[in-house]
Structures are given as C-alpha cells and as structure tokens.
Design a protein around this ligand. Sequence first.
Ligand code: PEP
Ligand code: MN
Length: 263
Amino acid sequence: LASRAFKEQDTIIQIDDITIGGEQIHIMAGPCAVESREQLFEAADIVKAAGATLLRGGAFKPRTSPYAFQGLEEQGLKYLAEARERTGLKIVTEVMDANTLPMVAEYADILQIGTRNMQNFFLLREVAKMDKPVLLKRGSSATIEEWLMAAEYIMAGGNYNVILCERGIRTYENYTRNTLDLSAIPVVKHLSHLPVIVDPSHALGKWKFVPPMAAAAVTAGADGLLIEVHPNPSEALCDGPQSLTPENFQALMKDLGKIADAV
Ligand code: PEP
Ligand code: MN
C-alpha cells in the first residue's frame, strides 16, 4: 500500500486548509517538550510569526533516563490545544502507547510515532484505527525497507494518512547526535508515494548544524521540516542544545524562503 508500484501519484494529506505532500513545504516547529503554558505560547507565537504552519511539542516524552523530565501529559495536551486556538497552528505531538492514544488523539491534529516506537507493531495497529494523520519517525537503526513496512502496518489497518519523517540514524559517527540520511529522501520518494519530512534537530543534536541541513533537506525534495525551537534554549528541560533560538529560527525561515523560490 505504501509503495509507488501500488499507487503512482503522490499522496497529499489534507488537514483543514493545510496540504502535506503537495507543492507547499510545511514547517512543524516548537519546543521538544511542553514545559509550561507560558513557554508553549511564547514558542507558538514565535514560530507562527516566522511562517510555520504546525506546532510541535511533546506532552509524553520518551526520555533515555527515567529521572529526566517525562512531560506534562494531559495538561501539556491542553496547552497545545489552547495554543492552536490562539494561533491557528495545527498540533503535532507524540503518542507513546495504546493506553494514552485516545487521550492524545482528542487534542492532536497529527499523531507522532517516535523513533523508539517505529516497530511497536501493536501501537502501529492501534493508530491505524484512528481518524488522524500519523507522523512516522524512522527508527534510529531502521533500514528504509523496515521503515516503509512500519508505514504498511498503519495503512493495512485502514489509515492511509502516513507522513514519513527522517530524523537521523545511528552510525559510528558521534560528533553529531545521529547521522542525517539525506539520501533517504529521494530513495523514499522513488519507492513510495507518501510525503517525507525531515527533522534535522534530532539528527544533528547541535543547533548550529540544523539550518544548513534543513536547507539541504528541502533541496533534496523533502515535503517539510520538523524543527525544535525554544524561547530560551539554555533553560530547556529537554533537547536545549539542538533547539534554535527565536532569532535563529527566523533567519532559517528567511533562507528557506529563498530556497523554495529557487527550487
Ligand atoms: C521528538 O520529536 O520529540 C522525539 C522524541 O524524536 P525522536 O523520536 O525522533 O527521537
Ligand atoms: Mn526533542
């Protein structure tokens, strides 16, 4: 179902007035985690003003350490919904398990499956039953074939609105957090009709390298970007080192505008 051989035409995912996978490039931006109402609103206003159309922010956080901030859970989802009311931005947020799926789906416009859950087949089968688009992140050690098979699980369960997200894979290189597999963009476009977006923030892990790779992803044919932006990265509870400041995000959006005109 996910393959180009099955369906030749690009899939375009409609969320009200937004179309993902068509001509336009969409920017999903916001903090790694929803930390407070004030932090989220500030981030939402910044990314909206700079031209993003979707707001990201985790309410349930899959942290490596059990002692790290785990997210505001339902309160965080409520803040996201309020931020949508305030700005008109659509909401992308991660769902970590089947128990909390109905709750997350109540607030989200797009359900994010994180890299750690890409092959949680039970969860994939559950999101397949939901009437919401799914942003499927590539597993950090998944081949393109495995990633497309994970998409296949969601589609086989009846949900055809799958957006693939390349977020870097684990390699021997450890200067960057992961290695952004830019080649996955044209390869997936060749193999599949699904939209592909790129998350340079989690791939690079260091904010300085995010803008050039965001530009490269758009040039390589990505349908959109997922970018972490924090009003004050040095105080972020999660992923501060890879988060863009408001100024850096504005500068990136300006540069992307020039690229979009050029490609
Ligand atoms: C995220 O986007 O918040 C996240 C946890 O990303 P990943 O699953 O790619 O690590
Ligand atoms: Mn993050």
